[in-house]
Design a protein around this ligand. Sequence first.
Ligand code: BTN
Length: 249
Amino acid sequence: VDVEVLWTVDSTNSELLRRPAPAHGTTRVLLAERQTGGRGRRGRPWASPLAAHLYMSLVRGFDGGLARLGGLSLVTGIAVVEALHVLGVGQAGLKWPNDVVVESGGVLHKLGGLLVEGGGEHAGPVRAVVGLGLNVRMPAVQGAELDQPWTDLASLLGAGVDRNRVAAVVLDHVLPALAQFDADGLAPFLQRYAALDVLAGRDVMLHDAQGGCREAQVQGLAADGALRVRLGDGRSEDLYSGEVSVRRR
Ligand code: BTN
């Protein structure tokens, strides 16, 4: 696999989206030591100070249209969390749809996040870019500015945590997962997801893009990657987008 490391870039996702798509079935990887315009989900900035964290994007061509992208973020998230378990972060879990979290004291602390972007048609080939930001050593000034509980690998594994090894173990898990998703879809990942799911059975708030919110209880993942919830009136609903926050027990 082709792995490239840049000193600085606006965003590893943006850079891969600017480049020509790789041949179908091949994956390219781009890392940067810092990003000047790192992006999170929902248009939020993703602060990316020099050599503090892991900023990585992968690009791959898939068949099957844009509908594949939702599953792709789950599959990558599963592989990243499994890699973290191998690295010694046994408490790492996945918060639908693409947050890597560690629970402590009943509170979910964000360790990283995924941003999947793509280009293509509703049917046919798509180029998918998967970006991963993983907190490695949170600088005090940055940590103080974050608006949600967070953690980093230095607190979980010790200050000596090696970013290169983290990147290598993550790739060892993500690359085969992408190939398997390409061949077999989401089905082989559903059980793996269930083992990492931090939301199953929990009371949550659902936030929609218009600013509305509803109470619900999470039932689990539907076969197509949607989040299945039970609403206050007992009805079930499958969510394909949106934000979920956990209500305190
Ligand atoms: C989120 O949780 O909101 C997703 C964060 C994704 C951040 C990564 S860092 C590497 C890649 N390049 C970007 O600009 N964003 C992703």
